[in-house]
Write a protein that binds this ligand. Sequence first.
Ligand SMILES: [Zn+2]
Length: 467
Amino acid sequence: MAGFRAIHRVRCEQIWLDDGWAREQLVEITPEGFIAAVGPAGETSVDLLLTGPVIPGIPNLHSHSHQRALAGLTETRTPGKDDFWGWRDLMYRANRAITPDDLESIARCVFIEMVKQGYTVVAEFHYLHHAPGGDRYAQVDEMSQRLWSAAEDAGISLVLLPVLYTYGGFDQQNLKGVQKRFYNTLEDYLILLDKVRKSADGLGNRGYGLAAHSLRAVAPEQLATLDRVSRVDHSGIPFHIHVAEQLNEVEECIALLGARPVEWLCREIDVDHRWCFVHATHVSRWELEAMAESGVVVGLCPTTEANLGDGLFPAAEFVALGGRFGIGSDSQVCSDPARELQLLEYGQRLKYHRRALVMDSDERHNGNALVHRAVAGGSQACGRSLTGITVGAPADLIELDPYSPRLALRSADEALDSWIFSASDNSIRTVIAMGREVVTEGRHAGETVATEQFLNTLKRLTDRLIP
Ligand SMILES: [Zn+2]
C-alpha cells in the first residue's frame, strides 16, 4: 500500500464506539493497521485530527467488480427480455470481452469509487477465472492477482472469494458459451483456493473465503465437501453463496432438490456464522427463522436487487427475529453504502406504510441502527472476528464531512441519519483503511489516473459490451 500515509495516532472530536458516541478520543494504531488503543485524548501530538463524526468503515460483502463496465448500459427496453435473465445475457456478453488488463483497470476504478464513499473492505465474489472460451491462463490465478493489485492501488482491503461454478442448472448441464470462463471442477477449484490463500497469507488488508455460485451451479456433494474444507482445512473461513434471488430459481430448486434453496441449505448443510446467503430474497417464514437461528449473514444488495426487479427481502421481519445482514454493491450500479441502506429501509416503508422499520423498538436513530447492522454483519461475512472501532479490530475509520450543508449543525446521530436519508452527494471527508489515510478532503490520490485508465478500457470494450 505504498503511497498512502500511515496514521499512528488520530484524534477524533466525535467517535462512534461500542457503547455509543464519545468525544475527544485518541485512537492509536499499530504499524500493521490495527487499533491498539482508544481513550481520552490528552495533549499528545497526533498525525490527524478529525472534527466530523467518525464511524467504522462499512464492509461491502458482495461485489462483482467487472460488472462496473456495464453499469447504466442495460436500461434500454428489450421486449420479452426485460428481466433478470435478459440482463444476465447482456452481462455475459460483456464478460466475454474482458481481459486481465481490463479487469484490473475496471476493478481499480470501482474499488476507488467504493473507498471514497465509505466502504473500507470488499468481498469480491470472483468467478471470471479463465480466458474466453475457458482456456486457462498461464497462471491459473491470473485474474485473482489482478484483483489483489487493483485493491492495493485503491487502498481498500480485499476478501477474495473464488467461486466454484461447475454446472449450468439444477439438472447439472455443462456450461456453455461465456460460462466456460467460470468453469472449474472441484479439484481445479481447490488448487485455485490454495493459491488465493497463499496470496492473502499474513497480510492484514487481504482475506479470503469460499464461494459456490448458487445451488444451480454446484452439485450437493460438492457443497458438502466445500463446507468441510471451510470448517476443517481453513479454520472457519467465510462461505458465500447466491440464494433465492429469482422466483423461478426457487421453483426449479423445489422440483429438483425437493426444497426451497434456503430451506435445503439449512436442512442439508450445517450452516452457521461462516455462511453468507447473498440476496435470500424469496424466503418463507420458516426460512427466515432458520437463517436467524443459525447465525448466517444475509447479503443484501438493495440497488442491484431493485435494478434487476428481483423482489423485496423481508428485512423488518428478519431483524425482529434477531437476524444478521450486511450490504453489497453487487452489480455496481451504485458504490455508495448510504444509498444501499436508504433503499433497504425505504423498501420496507413502501411495503408497510410505516417508518423506521429495519431496527429494534429500543433503538432511537434509524441511521445508527442500519449502520450498526451493516458493520457487524458485513464484518462477519468478511471473516473478521472483531467489528467496529475496538481494540484489535482493523483501523477502518470514516469521517462524515462536518461542512456538508446536509450534515452540518447536527448532533452526531443526526448527521449519521442525514448521511443515510438526506445527503445526495458524497459526504465522506476522510477515510482511513487499515491505518492508512486513503481519502483526504473527499479525494483519492489515484482517482484521476484510475478513471482515465478505466475510460480507455471502456472505449475499447464498448462496442463489444452491448450489441
Ligand atoms: Zn452476485
